[in-house]
Ligand binder design. Structure first.
Ligand code: Z5A
Length: 207
């Protein structure tokens, strides 16, 4: 595969969607072809699954195992039908969230067994993984203060602070243990600085 697979991770309000556009512009200015996708979602089928996952229902809760499997069903569809074919054509792919979100949210946040998560991963995408992950780290308080300005909260955003504290810690634990894969960026910095640090990490990977 010759395209570069870059993933952005972090709790809500970290600035992933804003940063993706800057990374795309940077890579395109270098003459590279770039596709941007998001998880869960990124294909018509996976977007339908996203809709189920994000909608809070009053008549039924989504149980943790169902949530995990839906995340991986959407990921299988996106990776196998869109991301891998693009990388094979030499196109760079930037993904707003990927597998590390499942470790952080379903593992850290929901407390699910990491071996269960690994099993689901194996079925969905095998050992496929990003060339680089940028972890936008910030406190849940700052993240949520950005998100509430947008209006109505989705099923995940309605979670309590301690859920997001566990998610954040799980992200950081993984990043400290996988320094070759994950670069931590302080997402409480002004956006211009976040962009500068992210592009520097990508430039290092390109060279
Ligand atoms: N999920 C999961 O549980 N397991 C999985 O495996 C996967 C996902 C893949 C997807 O929701 C949900 O699914 C997510 C995890 C779960 N849970 N939640 N919540 P989503 O895709 O809709 O949500 P998100 O990824 O968290 O997106 P977000 O809330 O929009 O955050 P963001 O994309 O990181 O932030 P943003 O939209 O770029 O910025 C938010 C606001 O902050 C915006 O007004 C910006 O202008 C502002 N901003 C950004 N950066 C800065 C800085 N540096 N300073 C000041 N203001 C800033």
């Amino acid at each position: 595969m010759s395209g570069l697979f870059i993933t952005l991770e972090g709790i809500e309000g970290a600035g992933k969607s804003s940063l993706i556009l800057k990374i795309k512009e940077y890579l395109e200015n270098k003459g590279r072809k770039v596709e941007c996708v998001r998880e869960p979602g990124g294909t018509p089928v996976a977007e339908q699954i996203r809709n189920i996952l994000k909608t809070a229902r009053t008549d039924e809760d989504i149980c943790d195992r169902c949530e995990l499997l839906l995340m991986y069903a959407a990921r299988a569809q996106l990776v196998n039908t869109k991301i891998k074919p693009a990388l094979e054509k030499g196109i760079d792919v930037i993904c707003d969230r990927h597998d590390l979100s499942s470790i952080a949210y379903q593992g850290g946040g929901r407390g699910m067994d990491l071996n269960l998560i690994k099993s689901a991963k194996n079925i969905a995408i095998g050992d496929f993984k990003p060339n680089l992950t940028l972890l936008l780290d910030l406190s849940p308080k700052v993240g949520m203060s950005r998100v509430v300005k947008r209006g109505a909260l989705d099923r995940f955003e309605m979670s309590k602070y301690d859920f997001f504290e566990r998610v954040r810690q799980s992200y950081l634990d993984y990043a400290y243990e996988h320094k070759d894969e994950v670069v931590i960026i302080n997402a409480e910095d002004p956006f211009e600085i976040v962009v500068e640090n992210a592009l520097e990490a990508i430039a290092c990977r390109l060279s």
